[in-house]
Design a protein around this ligand. Structure first.
Ligand SMILES: *Cc1c(COP(=O)(O)O)cnc(C)c1O
Length: 243
């Protein structure tokens, strides 16, 4: 089975460890699409026993469009030569790569899934971003800050915006990352116009068909002041839309 780690529309974090255990009991192999999870929530893929996972690096990892994707394969599968694999020359053991033998002798890690060499310019951007994650202390302190930002954002939305907007992201911290999926609940007000108003005011957020605005205070580079400013702007944009 393959599931998202974080659901792209609602922002729900799936209980990956529990899902993996239940699926394994049923004899299934489990993979996760971590496009919206990596760099957002803590991941312990090895300890959870996840069989495989993939992710892109241009969302929370800031790699930019076209940056290399990532893959995880649990070490219990690494030696399994029966797994289907596109055998590329960069998956070949580096010490024999240029011997040009006709037999594929893979690197003994997930690197054996590499097909070819990556673009250095996009790798440089990704490297700079990952260095910044390291300087911030990694995911643990970032998630700690994120948890407070999530609560602060919820609090301000409740106090300032009230029932004009509904959050469809689960309320429990364990079930969410920094994404808040907002739905406008004002009769006669088109959510898309609200999204456009936010963008015009300089907020980088996202419209998802049919009716959701995704906003994400990201702990690596968003401050609590940003959240305060965002809710103030949303309040203004909603007032204008209601007129
Ligand atoms: C962004 C995203 C991806 C990554 O897709 P690319 O082919 O790397 O652009 C995968 N899954 C989901 C759910 C995504 O949102």
């Amino acid at each position: 089975m393959m599931l998202p780690g974080v659901q792209y529309y609602t922002g729900q974090v799936l209980p990956m460890a529990e899902i993996t255990a239940v699926a394994h009991d049923a004899g299934a192999r489990v993979g996760f699409d971590l496009a919206h999870a990596v760099g957002n929530v803590g991941l312990s893929l090895h300890d959870w026993g996840v069989d495989f996972a993939v992710w892109c690096s241009y969302k929370y990892l800031n790699g930019g469009p076209g940056a290399v994707g990532g893959a995880f394969v649990h070490e219990r599968h690494i030696g399994d030569r029966s797994l289907p694999k596109l055998a590329g020359w960069w998956g070949q053991r580096p010490d024999i790569r240029f011997e040009m033998e006709t037999v594929f002798d893979p690197i003994a890690t997930v690197e054996s899934w590499q097909l070819s060499n990556p673009s250095i310019l996009t790798m440089a951007a990704l490297r700079a971003s990952l260095d910044t994650f390291d300087r911030a202390g990694g995911m643990e302190p970032l998630r700690k800050k994120s948890s407070r930002q999530i609560e602060y954002h919820d609090l301000l939305l409740a106090e300032v915006i009230g029932d004009r907007v509904e959050t469809i992201t689960p309320a429990a911290l364990a079930e969410r990352g920094c994404q808040h999926s907002l739905r406008i609940r004002m009769p006669g007000v088109d959510g898309r116009a609200v999204h456009e108003g936010l963008e015009r005011a300089g907020v980088a957020c996202d419209w998802r068909h049919p009716d959701v605005i995704r906003v994400a205070p990201v702990p690596l580079y968003n401050s609590f002041t940003d959240i305060h400013r965002f809710v103030g702007i949303l309040d203004q944009v909603l007032d204008e839309a209601a007129r």
